[in-house]
Design a protein around this ligand. Structure first.
Ligand SMILES: C[S@@+](CC[C@H](N)C(=O)[O-])C[C@H]1O[C@@H](n2cnc3c(N)ncnc32)[C@H](O)[C@@H]1O
Length: 286
């Protein structure tokens, strides 16, 4: 044991040099750009791992993490650092746009071309609320329209969060904002205890989605063309050059007229790209 640990979680101290090393490792691996303001948050979150693995100090921890980027220790570090905040139908304007503008037009074009294939990608899907919301929106839109080949790829860098997404099970308060008709149609209520309920997504939604681990910084092992991409509240953690590279890779992946959605606090301002602006945080490949 070293003097940095006295048995209490918060007694793990982190030096500026150790913090900078962590920032560099995280940036190199997943593009997340940590800054000085995050130091205490990062220290507190990683301290949990030091305690869990009975590691005495951040020097030992860093040595172990650097030795094996394929280790659980490494992936748990990324899990702790990435923020997984999400919700069903988050940023409702995006779903309204899909429902009232984009999908009716897309479905009409597919019907005219005799095609039945729709492909979407939720990049940085977190615990699944985003792709399940997309699945609901798509199913509602294609109902009775003869479009049968609908698939959503849902990817994230966090294997822990992907496991939660795959269970498709949510506490009642997480689905409270869903319209009752949609809740009844697409979720199954499970009694979990006195006065307690949870909800599970129906198989019909699960059938549409493929959950996969994917680090957006690495090569993408699939081809387009995709009809639309949601990458919301993910790029906010990346610096401008990383965002620019990513946005241009998304453009390459989309079909003509395909649409790209970013998060409410993100924009493509200051990034060189080929998209046409549709409305705030929505861009079209023309
Ligand atoms: C704040 S959540 C956004 C969830 C959802 N898109 C939304 O807007 O509600 C950000 C997600 O991006 C993931 N993420 C961060 N860096 C990533 C990377 N390099 N590759 C893939 N996913 C990443 C995190 O694990 C996290 O689940």
């Amino acid at each position: 044991m070293t003097a940095t640990k006295t048995g209490c979680l918060d007694s793990f101290t982190i030096t500026q040099k150790q913090y900078q090393q962590i920032c560099q490792v995280v940036y190199d691996h997943c593009g997340i750009n940590l800054h000085e303001g995050k130091k205490e948050l990062v220290r507190a979150r990683l301290a949990k791992l030091l305690r869990k693995y009975k590691i005495d100090n951040f020097d030992d921890y860093l040595r172990m993490v650097m030795q094996d980027p394929g280790s659980d220790l490494f992936s748990e570090m990324i899990d702790q650092i990435s923020t997984n905040l999400t919700s069903f139908f988050r940023e409702p304007k995006h779903f309204e746009f899909l429902q009232t503008v984009f999908l009716p037009d897309l479905i009409k074009r597919k019907q005219q071309e005799g095609k039945s294939r729709i492909r979407a990608w939720s990049a940085g899907c977190s615990s699944g609320e985003e792709p399940y919301s997309l699945a609901i929106t798509l199913l509602e839109a294609v109902r009775d329209k003869g479009i049968r080949d609908v698939r959503i790829l849902a990817t994230d860098i966090s294997t822990r969060i992907l496991k939660i997404a795959q269970t498709g099970r949510y506490e009642a308060d997480r689905v409270a904002g869903l319209a009752p008709a949609l809740k009844n149609r697409y979720l199954i209520r499970k009694h979990t205890g006195p006065g307690q309920d949870a909800y599970e997504v129906r198989q019909e939604l699960r059938n549409l989605i493929t959950f996969k681990y994917l680090n957006l910084m690495e090569p993408w092992p699939f081809h387009g063309p995709l009809d639309f991409i949601f990458c919301r509240n993910v790029m906010i953690y990346f610096n401008k050059p990383t965002q620019e590279t990513l946005v241009n890779r998304f453009w390459d992946m989309l079909d003509k007229n395909g649409v790209f959605f970013t998060g409410h606090s993100e924009s493509l301002t200051g990034i060189r790209h080929r998209f046409s602006y549709v409305q705030p945080t929505i861009y079209r490949k023309t």
